[in-house]
Design a protein around this ligand. Structure first.
Ligand code: GDG
Length: 493
């Protein structure tokens, strides 16, 4: 199962007669005001790109939070519009939230309580009653939108995405009428913490009750599934079956299963070869840009889980310990800002500018400085040119559910000339044999690993990258989609 068309066929055969509904906080199309009038934008990111063709083929409904500044002007009375706008294939149903609602639901409970709670990052989660109330309220808005979309429909498959929507499945299940057959499934895109950490959450039981209304719950890794089952046992006092990875609750059996997410390998491989990328590659090595012998690259959404500070500390130590690389090595960090309203993210932005400034000043020699920090989202040609030109791509999260950047780098490294350096705390590390593995907290070991990687013989680099590319080509995003849908289809009668 390796292409979008294969998955489309699969959905059509497996989910026959079922209305297909996807629910996520982020929407696949945004309407935005521009000087040329209202224009449609698609958010960058692999997930919406992978699910959109599927929705186009199945023609269901996607329920998501409206976030474009012209979104409200472009929907009907039921808050629906048909997308893609130029060739409508499915319904986008928008859920509206006020600024205050977004503050509590998205910036509050989702990203200041659940996000740090689920990542082992020594950031104290914020346990704030008003965030929790806001989270419940917004989940109810999503549930209401789903209810409207399933009114009069006797069979639907509803796929919830992520930690923003833990409570909505129960709300939807409770609203089901007698003969209505709803199959509910959820994919949790971030780690699930150990049972003792999860038990810190004052609303642990309600969160689990919400999720256990699903028939299927997916995580990236088996260890997150085990942690989830252990949390259910611990908090709800019900026995889980660790052999079958399931738990019985209120007369239903809930399947919990790993589905490691991936990228559209073939699409990335193709884009990486377009003339625009090749042109940009020449520019990257041009004297006025990066004329140095070695290039390292880092690409992240700016987040304290991504280990950006730890990466810079290791680069500092590497240049200090191996001074022959001074004036020879440049590290380009592309950081896409995110969640900037949250104090921890504001502090991180400041910390990043300080450490970049400090390191660059420490080593500054003539024109050369070791770190080029590009704040903002890179356009695709530049991003792919960097992926193809880099000697090393450093992905060093201190905790990450999976990490798609690692897989994008592999798919884009068409010449097999680069090396992937990966933190032992990224979900992707379990699959990506062939990467150089580092502990981002071990400054000394990390610095040595950078040196060893740059010194690696080309043959060894190619061998490693070939293994990685074979793996990601085979285990691509369509495999993820089809595995999840096949498992969900087991609940369809
Ligand atoms: C969550 C989980 C899990 C980043 N900077 C630029 C840029 N990006 C794009 C990347 C990639 C995406 O953002 C980041 O995806 P990740 O998977 O690395 O991380 P999260 O956003 O934290 O995602 C994660 C994922 O969900 C999916 O389940 O893997 O563990 O935390 O696509 O390319 N894109 C561009 N310029 C940038 O500067 N164009």
């Amino acid at each position: 199962m390796s292409s979008s068309q294969d998955v489309q066929k699969l959905v059509k055969s497996k989910l026959r007669g079922y209305k297909f509904i996807i629910v996520s906080n982020r929407e696949p199309y945004l309407h935005m005001h521009t000087p040329d009038g209202v224009r449609v934008k698609t958010p960058a990111g692999g997930l919406t790109a992978a699910l959109d063709p599927l929705m186009q083929a199945t023609g269901g409904t996607w329920v998501a939070g409206g976030s474009g500044d012209a979104d409200r002007e472009c929907v009907d009375k039921q808050n629906r519009c048909r997308v893609p706008p130029d060739k409508p294939k499915y319904v986008l149903k928008r859920v509206w939230m006020s600024k205050d609602e977004v503050d509590k639901f998205y910036f509050g409970f989702s990203n200041q309580t659940l996000w740090p709670l689920c990542h082992n990052v020594f950031r104290e989660p914020v346990f704030e009653e008003s965030f929790w109330e806001g989270y419940k309220h917004s989940n109810a808005l999503y549930a209401e939108a789903i209810k409207q979309e399933t009114r009069g429909i006797d069979k639907a498959f509803i796929w919830f995405h992520d930690y923003h929507l833990a409570l909505a499945p129960k709300m939807v299940r409770n609203d089901t009428w007698k003969k209505q057959k709803l199959v509910l499934a959820q994919f949790w895109h971030i780690p699930w913490p150990t049972r003792d950490i999860f038990a810190l959450l004052p609303w642990a039981e309600e969160v689990l009750e919400g999720m256990l209304a699903n028939d299927l719950i997916g995580f990236h890794l088996p260890s997150y599934c085990v942690n989830f089952l252990a949390s259910v046992e611990n908090v709800m006092r019900i026995k889980a079956d660790y052999r079958r990875f399931n738990v019985k609750y209120q007369g239903r059996t809930i399947q919990v299963k790993p589905f490691p997410i991936s990228v559209d390998f073939d699409a990335i491989d193709k884009i990486a070869r377009v003339p625009g990328v090749k042109q940009e590659m020449k520019r990257v090595r041009a004297p006025q840009y990066i004329p140095y012998k070695y290039i390292g690259v880092g690409v992240d959404r700016i987040d304290y889980t991504k280990g950006i500070i730890q990466r810079f500390r290791a680069i500092d130590r590497f240049l200090e310990k191996y001074p022959e690389y001074q004036n020879n090595f440049v590290f380009v960090e592309a950081g896409a800002p995110s969640r900037n309203r949250i104090p921890a993210y504001m502090e991180l932005n400041e910390e990043i500018s300080k450490i970049v400034g400090k390191i660059n000043w420490k080593y500054l020699r003539g024109y050369w400085k070791p770190i080029i920090y590009i704040e903002g989202k890179l356009d695709l040609n530049r991003l792919f040119a960097l992926y193809r030109t880099a000697d090393v791509c450093i992905v060093s999260p201190i905790q990450d559910g999976m990490n798609l950047v690692a897989k994008e780098f592999i798919a884009a490294n068409v010449g097999s000339t680069g090396v992937l350096m990966l933190s032992k705390f990224a979900g992707a590390t379990e699959e990506l044999k062939g990467a150089v593995i580092v502990n981002p907290y071990d400054v000394e070991g990390f610095a040595d690993a950078i040196r060893n990687t740059l010194e690696m013989p080309p043959k060894e680099k190619r061998r490693r990258m070939k293994n990685l590319r074979d793996n990601v080509k085979k285990n691509n995003v369509f495999k993820w989609l089809s595995d999840f849908i096949c498992e969900s289809a087991k609940f369809i009668s």
